[in-house]
Write a protein that binds this ligand. Structure first.
Ligand code: IMP
Length: 203
């Protein structure tokens, strides 16, 4: 039997965003472990300069604070002609989603290169804060000239998926859920989590 303190029967989702917590629950539902949202009192500052650095930071600090296994993600939009901006500053690029969209469109006004990608980094930490697994998912697209569609959140209305010729603001949530950066990272992490559970689970 493994050390009780390292058993992986419960995973704290290190996010205060209810939508993200539900997304994690849906992807990890089949693993047979209890998924709980982090206590509101724990707030981790995103001081990293990369998505993976921030995901590690959040997973480690929430794991240590709760003394449980924790999973965290950090995500955002990278626009090539803007040298990767807004990047890790995606959530802080302006005050509201609509102002953030306006800022990106304004900054790209004279640019023929509209290439962009959504990036999602996810990390899992054991209760002592050590990173046990991580993954990065990327979804490539293009920035439109004007916003299209009301679905999703954030930069979705200006993110065109070339194969679909629709923005994330126009596709059904179920379609986005199969091709998004978050889906890709979680798909990679799913098998790592399975092996971690097999190694760290005993009754
Ligand atoms: P995080 O909560 O620190 O990961 O910040 C993510 C930010 O990146 C969000 O506030 C959005 O602005 C942007 N973002 C990340 N994923 C998506 C997405 O799937 N659609 C639209 N915007 C996204």
């Amino acid at each position: 039997m493994s050390d009780v303190s390292t058993q992986l029967q419960k995973l704290v989702i290190a996010s205060g965003n209810a939508g993200k917590v539900e997304e994690f629950r849906a992807y990890l539902a089949d693993l047979g472990i209890t998924l709980i949202a982090k206590p509101e009192s724990i707030d981790v500052e995103e001081t990293g300069t990369t998505f993976i650095e921030n995901a590690h930071l959040k997973a480690s600090q929430v794991a240590i604070a709760t003394n449980e296994w924790a999973i965290a993600d950090d995500s955002g939009l990278e626009v090539f002609a803007l040298n990767g901006a807004p990047g890790v500053l995606s959530a802080r690029y302006a005050e509201t989603d609509s102002k953030r969209i306006d800022r990106v469109l304004e900054e790209l006004r004279n640019s023929a290169n509209r290439d962009a990608q959504f990036v999602c980094a996810i990390a899992i930490a054991s209760p002592d804060g050590a990173i046990a697994a991580d993954a990065i998912g990327i979804c490539k697209g293009e920035i439109t000239d004007t916003p299209r569609g009301n679905a999703g959140f954030g930069y979705d209305p200006i993110f065109l998926v070339p194969e679909l010729q629709q923005t994330f603001g126009e596709v059904l949530p179920a379609v986005k859920a199969t091709i998004s950066h978050r889906a890709k990272a979680l798909e990679i992490l799913h098998s790592s989590l399975k092996s971690l559970i097999a190694t760290h689970y005993s009754v």
